[in-house]
Design a protein around this ligand. Structure first.
Ligand code: A3P
Length: 332
């Protein structure tokens, strides 16, 4: 088995699951106006959001989620198998993707299809990805957390730089077909988040149906559902003997892994890469905090996000043309 990576559009992908041909096919994917895309940087809550969207599509009825694997309900566009499945699925389709915006299907940008973009505290993404890299066989062994953190901050991991991914996608904020939410908001208020998602999707649900979405998308429910916990995944892809896919499912686990020095180094890179974005995330420091402190340092785990900070705008007709490709992240 090869654990090699190749680079496409400046972004690294593992050969075992991805190919330049597949990524080109994804770029030319024929988007339908009623497609709903579940987009994330990896380890930011992709399968959680997929479960929520599957349940909303089923009016809270868990039957679909309990009978069809999540990778068939909302296939990953960037794999050839996922792309084929996405093409064949009945409309309205749910489609997942970790692609950075510059590699996303061109047709999306002139369609009325919707993107839901979920963002997570990058320190928790780092820790989650570190553990995931030990069980996901297409990925290289992560080595030590110290060295893996350096690779992560340089964007030298599959799917590239977290900073570039988030900055790239957030160029679409304010557009009517783009909805940004954080993992932390889902944790803090899942019911309220589901309600907002229903509004964005134009699919109002009854209070009872929303309760059912919330109950069936819980960490416990998903962990026990073989269609959602990846226990059906072949061993050559995912080695669950080394740890579960649904690992902890909490905010702030980075505190159990990063030293004070590592955390401070991460914060410096974060500030440099995110400067000027004009978006405040739940993990960012309150305005006026002294330099050197970020919410990533200051906020204890479980602290409610004080503001989603990501404005949504009223409905309008279309998204604009795709933004220009972003440039590789300089080393921190
Ligand atoms: P941890 O490794 O921190 O536990 P992705 O789906 O993008 O790969 O993200 C995986 C992360 O989302 C894992 O984080 C996983 O446990 C978490 N997750 C998945 N379902 C969840 C749920 N229902 N509630 C909370 N976290 C969930």
């Amino acid at each position: 088995m090869s654990r090699g990576y190749f680079t496409h559009g400046g972004v690294s992908f593992p050969r075992l699951l991805y190919s330049p041909r597949g990524l080109e096919a994804a770029r030319e994917f024929p988007v339908e106006d009623d497609d709903v895309f579940n987009v994330t940087y990896q380890k930011s809550g992709t399968v959680w959001m997929l479960e929520i969207l599957s349940l909303i599509r089923s009016d809270g009825d868990p039957g679909w989620c309990r009978s069809v694997p999540n990778w068939d309900r909302g296939p990953w566009l960037e794999t050839l198998l996922g792309l084929r499945r996405a093409r064949g699925n009945p409309r309205p389709r749910l489609i997942s993707s970790h692609l950075p915006v510059q590699l996303f299907p061109r047709a999306f940008f002139t369609s009325k299809a919707k993107v839901i973009y979920t963002v997570r505290n990058p320190k928790d993404v780092l820790v989650s990805l570190f553990h995931f890299s030990r069980i996901f066989r297409p990925y290289k062994d992560p080595g030590t957390l110290e060295s893996f953190m350096d690779q992560f901050l340089r964007g030298e991991v599959p799917f590239g730089s977290w900073f570039q991914h988030v900055r790239g996608w957030l160029q679409l904020r304010g557009h009517p077909n783009f909805f940004c939410i954080t993992y932390e908001e889902l944790q803090q208020d899942l019911r309220g988040s589901v309600t907002r998602l229903c509004e964005f999707l134009g699919r109002p649900l009854s209070a009872g149906a929303i309760d059912a979405v919330v109950a069936n998308a819980s960490f416990a429910a998903m962990s026990q559902n073989p269609m959602s916990n990846f226990s059906l995944s072949p061993l050559f892809i995912l080695d669950l003997r080394r740890g579960p896919f649904l690992r902890k499912g909490v905010c702030g686990d980075w505190r159990n892994h990063l030293s004070a020095e590592q955390s401070a180094r991460f914060d410096r890179a974060y500030r440099r890469h995110m400067a000027g974005l004009g978006v405040r995330f739940p993990w960012d420091p309150p305005p006026g905090s002294p330099p050197g402190g970020t919410a990533a340092e200051e906020t204890p785990p479980g602290t409610p996000p004080d503001s989603p900070g990501i404005p949504q705008t009223p409905p309008g007709p279309h998204l604009p043309s795709p933004p220009p490709p972003t440039h590789p992240t300089p080393p921190p």
